[in-house]
Design a protein around this ligand. Structure first.
Ligand code: CMC
Length: 422
């Protein structure tokens, strides 16, 4: 039976429908509020505002649950390739073997970028350009060569654009690294799966092929899967918002890349490692940095800590922490940053400031230590997040178009000067 909420404004009862999700989450549907009452709602940071109904990802922040299309991330990371998860997200079904291999063939077919285009694109950028800026610029340039695949209202064009984005993002990411080192770009190896091919693009040197360790491939696959979607976060909301203006998929994804680059969002993984390094360089005393984080007069924040939604633990961080120990063991590395990270998190977890505010290590806290162990420079970390998140952006964009593509256009309360004369 449908229920209503009743809000009394200026002596008038306004009835607003209650919406309940399949996991029992409840919302007050305020779509008629302004028309019926003249009032709007204000919710800076949108902490209480649902922007859509979605069938893609479920998060329970109190219990530390994250599921894509109903499957837990624990099971998906254990049993699925990244490609299978991309398919699951994008097409809302687990692929059959034939569907998966045909999908993989498409990704491989599109896993090229014209070398001259690539070289001229990079030649306009300094060697130390940040890979996220390169990614943003490169995707915009690529879109200029995709005019036949840019109609957001044509599902066939959208499907090709989506596959091309997925196929080409590893090439751009790896090329940004190669460019910074002054090395030739590698070409894709069609014998390799998505993750292995990306590692080859990054770390092979001409005919000197990257020595791919199964444990490294497994952990990278797991990290990509763990980042694949996270419902209405900042970058995903940016993608949906830009897409709601009927901007094409490339343009919308570029908005996501730029939103992700900020240190409060995906850019945090780079900042975490830089912070751990500075704690290490400073003698390794975690408590000094905890004190700085607690000092309200100091803008310093403990990077990789805290989350808008997770208020108990971040299930992704839990899985990544396990992998971190495993991969360092396999690679025979003993990174002092891991010890600093563990001490920092232990000290914070026992501190009232952090427990009162429910601040726990998030997805970015341990991932950088793994990336570093594999050989990625810190500047690349956020791009790795972007590769992982791309299927989520694409899927959310498609859902927005299929379900409710009304242009995003929030209201405001004007609090400036009343009309006056010069
Ligand atoms: N270090 C110290 N204090 C913190 C931190 C932190 N990392 N995070 C939040 N707080 C405090 C904050 O000062 C505030 O205290 P008070 O109530 O006394 O004013 C309280 O906790 C609530 O913080 P908030 O900023 O209102 O929380 P939010 O939900 O708006 O922000 C966040 C969430 C993730 C942006 C924030 O926790 C943060 O800046 N963390 C560090 C950056 C980071 O790790 N970002 C990655 C997020 S996970 C991956 C992703 O989304 O990309």
């Amino acid at each position: 039976m449908s229920k209503n909420a009743v809000i009394n404004l200026d002596g008038k009862d306004i009835e607003l429908p209650i919406i309940e999700g399949t996991e029992g989450e409840k919302a007050i549907d305020i779509r008629k509020l302004r028309a019926e009452s003249g009032y709007i709602t204000i919710d800076s940071g949108f902490g209480n505002t649902g922007s859509c109904e979605s069938t893609i990802t479920f998060i329970d922040g109190a219990k530390g649950i994250l599921r894509y299309r109903g499957f837990t991330i624990e099971e998906l990371t254990e049993k699925c390739s990244f490609e299978k998860v991309i398919y699951l997200l994008m097409y809302d079904k687990l692929p059959t073997d034939d569907e998966l291999s045909s999908f993989n063939e498409d990704l491989k077919k599109y896993s090229t970028i014209d070398n001259d285009l690539f070289k001229s694109l990079f030649s306009s950028m300094p060697k130390d350009a940040h890979p996220m800026s390169i990614l943003s610029a490169a995707l915009s340039v690529l879109s200029t060569h995709e005019s036949e695949n840019l109609n957001p209202l044509d599902p066939a064009q959208v499907d090709i654009a989506a596959k091309k984005l997925m196929a080409k993002i590893p090439l751009i990411a790896a090329a940004s690294y190669k460019y910074s080192k002054g090395e030739e770009f590698n070409v894709s190896d069609s014998g390799l799966n998505y993750t292995a091919n990306f590692l080859h693009l990054m770390f092979s040197n001409g005919s000197d092929k990257y020595d791919l360790k199964p444990a490294v491939e497994t952990v990278m696959n797991k990290l990509f899967v763990l980042h694949a979607d996270h419902e209405q976060n900042c970058s995903t909301s940016a993608v949906r918002f830009v897409g709601s203006s009927q901007a094409n998929l490339f343009a919308s994804v570029v908005a996501g890349v730029n939103a992700l680059s900020g240190p409060s969002h995906g850019g945090a993984n780079q900042k975490v490692l830089e912070q751990l390094q500075s704690i290490c360089d400073d003698g390794g005393d975690a408590s000094k940095f905890i004190a700085k984080a607690k000092d309200k007069a100091d803008p310093f924040r403990l990077m990789g800590f805290g989350h808008r939604v997770y208020k108990n633990f971040d299930p992704r961080a839990k899985l990544i922490k396990q992998s971190c120990d495993e991969v360092l063991n396999v690679l025979g590395l003993n990174d002092p940053l891991l010890n600093v990270a563990k001490e920092l998190s232990q000290t914070a977890l026992n501190d009232k400031y952090f427990s009162d505010r429910k601040l726990y290590p998030n997805v970015d806290f341990y991932s950088g230590i793994i990336y570093k162990a594999i050989g990625f420079p810190v500047e690349m970390f956020t791009v790795l997040f972007a590769i992982g998140r791309l299927p989520g952006w694409i899927t959310q964009w498609k859902e927005m178009h299929a379900v409710d593509n009304r242009i995003g256009r929030p209201r405001q309360i004007y609090s400036g000067e009343n009309e006056r004369s010069l």
